[in-house]
Design a protein around this ligand. Structure first.
Ligand code: PEP
Ligand code: MG
Length: 768
């Protein structure tokens, strides 16, 4: 069964579209179960009806025509009960619905299983059997359930293709379907998708044809020659180190490159009119399918060689034919994995938004995007990215969603949001030099989170009072080796100078988890629970010491440096770090630098730290909550995983209780406490944190004016009232609604993004 499943999934995965995928499923399942009929009904979200999409055994002409409401028939029943239904005599069931156009009257027994992806019923897989024959047994039922669970993801993927082109299952215009990811940088962008590809990745090569067959043939032939030379060279180089039989592997490679083997097939496809890269991709994939389906383990392993060969050929084709990308006026840059270099290619003024299939809010590109103010969505699962090329796209960087080929209503809705955002930001500029203080005189410091110098420039114009979190890993990420002490000193000096005499809080290197340095890779099974933050730098004191030296020297004459330690889960980590910081401080002074001992603080980001606030606070000068990680670790929800994004809630009652406790415990021992996670930049979150007693809120520059405007217009008592109300609640969703309602009543409705429910009303208003 496993072999069958594996080959079925592979075949379906490489189908060109949903219809082909479903045809493969019904024919293979019908054979495997040895039954008369196998059909798939898919739920069309546009019409909310199950449509017969593929069948083996019913009349083919019924495909695409027969449709069933969820409240009708046995198919509707399977879908709404979300469980298999296995009947010996289907026609006698009260929900049996007969469709003459299918020819279904000949069949008695019925087994239907739902196809469910991430809790959403996508469709129903049905097998049927003729009169007077067997009913389906438990084993068959289990098989069908397994097939449907395996195929749900693959089907969802094919379905996304429809969503991208704006078409429903039946090829009609679909209602707008969002493609979900995670927010990378806030804001809304509307523009045209331009898909860019990393070099030599066969999976992302688009399906393209060519008018210049001769050119493509020449390109490919040259690539084959170059690849042969490469392999010959590698073989020669290793000749003395390998035994004869091992060297034979290279002969296999070279044989695969003979004209009558793989290259011959590619040439034939190019002659059919395919672009050389596309032809190569198609042939390599066909080979891979063939090899991977083989039962012999050794032969199956040879798929790796084919893939490698494919990649080598592709890179030579690409060298000979560098792709010229045309960037339209309103470019939305899309890639499997965006890199900063790709951003740099877009002509000035044309980059409106970014979409990256891989990556997270902490990816280098997302950090850059926030600094540049470019709305960004990261981490979209299961979408065929190449299909977004040339499509009109909406990037919703607030919600982490994109829309492809949107309807006029949806576009109008987002145009309004975009305009409102622009106006809001302009309107708030006047607040720049006013203090952040409630109308009854309670003062809160508003600080900024930075990484690059661009952040600093933006935050100065937004009226930040200092830096609450300088993520020092950002300058490390843009280099191809660890920056030298002198280089670090220059980065740090810029940040310190920009805000002097106000405090600049520099966090020591926080790599690991999802933040990796290309020149210091950390490969782990469970990176968020692994070698991260302070754990890495205490194990590598040479990195820590160099960094602290650079920070201290950079602070000479300014004396506004504060040092902060990330991912602390034990007091011993604080003690060891302090020991190193003191040592460096004395050494730097001995070298003749007139520096002051910086204030040192601890980040509270893991649950253990919540229960040791006093012990940690006793050892340092200040505390700062990293609510992004604290939420992730308290709720056990990976902050970058779109599959569980709906469970990631900084308004979760458990998170709020932890935050209250931290503020109380820190103040009980007389230490100031700030917060530097995303929650601080959320107007509702800021109100709660102010009420809890947080002394400073540190956030992205873009959020600062909104937060200041809310805090300046409310009293501390009002905020405490809202906090008291929400602390009685037990669900994050209700907490969110309660805060939104309070903000609306206080006149801040414009700071809340309109929910999708109000979209119709909004677009009506736009229309009129
Ligand atoms: C946090 O975890 O809240 C935080 C501010 O740090 P980072 O997002 O860089 O992990
Ligand atoms: Mg963190």
């Amino acid at each position: 069964m496993l072999t069958l499943l594996r080959s079925l999934v592979q075949e379906v995965n490489s189908a060109r579209d949903l219809n082909e995928a479903l045809d493969i499923i019904v024919s293979r399942v019908q054979k495997a179960v040895g039954t008369d009929v196998c059909s798939v009904y898919m739920l069309d979200p546009t019409t909310d009806r199950y449509i017969l999409m593929a069948t083996e055994g019913l009349y083919r002409q019924a495909v695409g025509k027969v449709s069933i409401a969820p409240s009708e028939g046995l198919v509707g029943l399977v879908g709404s009960r979300e469980e298999p239904i296995n009947l010996e005599d289907a026609p006698s069931h009260p929900r049996y619905l007969y469709f003459p156009e299918t020819g279904e009257e000949r069949f008695r027994s019925f087994l239907g299983v739902p196809i469910i992806h991430h809790r959403r019923v996508l469709g129903v897989l049905v097998v049927q059997q003729r009169e007077n024959s067997r009913c389906f047994d438990e084993g068959e039922e289990a098989f069908l359930v397994t097939v449907s669970a395996q195929l749900a993801g693959v089907i969802a993927h094919s379905e996304a293709t429809g969503a991208i082109s704006g078409l429903s299952l039946t090829g009609e215009r679909a209602t707008d379907v969002s493609i979900d990811g995670v927010p990378g940088a806030p804001g809304v962008a509307i523009g045209e998708g331009v898909v860019v590809y990393p070099v030599a990745d066969l999976d992302v090569v688009p399906e393209k044809t060519t008018d210049d067959i001769e050119h493509e043939l020449a390109l490919f032939e040259q690539a084959v020659m170059d690849t042969r030379n490469d392999i010959q060279q590698v073989a020669n180089r290793l000749a003395t180190q390998l035994r004869r039989e091992e060297q034979a592997l290279f002969d296999v490679y070279l044989r695969m490159l003979e004209d009558n083997a793989l290259p011959g097939e590619v040439v034939n496809r190019i002659k059919e009119g395919y672009w050389a890269q596309t032809a190569l991709k198609q042939v390599v994939q066909q080979y891979l399918r063939h090899f991977e389906m083989m039962d012999d383990l050794y032969l199956r392993e040879r798929a790796v060689d084919i893939r490698d060969l494919g990649r080598r050929l592709l890179s030579h084709i690409q060298e000979g034919d560098p792709i010229e990308v045309v960037y339209p006026e309103r470019t939305i840059l899309v890639s499997e994995e965006l890199t900063p270099a790709m951003l740099g290619e877009v002509p000035k003024g044309r980059l409106m938004g970014l979409v990256s299939v891989k990556g997270s809010i902490n990816s280098h590109v997302a950090i850059l995007a926030r600094a540049m103010g470019v709305p960004t969505v990261m981490g979209l699962v299961e979408i065929p990215v190449h299909q977004l090329d040339g499509k009109e796209l909406i990037v919703d960087g607030f919600e982490g969603q994109i829309y492809s080929s949107p309807s006029a209503d949806m576009r109008a809705f987002y145009e309004v949001i975009r305009k409102e955002e622009d106006e809001l930001v302009k309107g708030l500029e006047a607040l720049r030099d006013l203090p952040c203080e409630t109308s009854d005189g309670h003062r809160v410091s508003l600080l900024v989170n930075t990484g690059l110098m661009t952040d600093v420039v933006r935050s100065l114009t937004h009226g930040a009072e200092g830096i609450g979190l300088y993520r020092t890993e950002v300058p490390f990420m843009i280099k191809d080796r660890f920056p030298s002490e002198q280089e670090q000193r220059e980065y740090y000096r810029e940040q310190l100078e920009a805000f002097a005499p106000n405090p600049v809080t520099m966090r020591t290197l926080d790599v690991g988890g999802d933040k990796s340095l290309p020149y210091f890779p950390i490969e782990e099974e469970n990176p968020f629970l692994g070698w991260r933050g302070i754990r890495v730098t205490l194990d590598h004191p040479e990195i820590f010491i160099l960094q602290v030296r650079a920070m201290l020297k950079a602070s000479e004459g300014l004396n506004n440096l504060q040092i902060m330690l990330p991912m602390i889960s034990n007091v011993s980590e604080v003690e060891e770090s302090l020991h190193l910081i003191y040592r460096v401080y004395h050494e730097v002074r001995e070298e003749g630098y007139d520096v002051h001992m910086p204030r040192v603080g601890v980040m509270l980001e893991v649950p253990a730290a919540v229960y040791q606030v006093r012990e940690l606070a006793d050892r340092v000068d200040f505390l700062s909550v990293g609510s992004n990680d604290l939420t992730q670790y308290l709720l056990a929800v990976d902050r970058n995983n779109p599959r569980v994004a709906s469970l990631y809630h900084s308004y979760h009652p458990a998170v709020l209780q932890a935050l209250v406790r931290i503020a109380q415990d820190a103040h009980a021992v007389g230490k100031p406490v700030s917060i530097c996670g995303e929650l601080a930049g959320d107007p509702g979150g800021a109100v709660l944190l102010m009420a809890m007693g947080y002394d400073a809120l540190s956030m992205n520059a873009a959020s600062l004016p909104k937060v200041k405007s809310v805090i300046r217009s409310v009293t501390r008592d009002w905020a405490r009232g809202v906090l008291a109300d929400v602390l009685l609640l037990d669900s994050p969703h209700v907490v969110k609604s309660c805060i939104d309602l309070s903000l609306r009543q206080a006149g801040f409705g414009r700071y809340l993004r309109p929910g999708k429910a109000s979209m119709a009303a909004l677009s009506e208003a736009v229309a009129s």
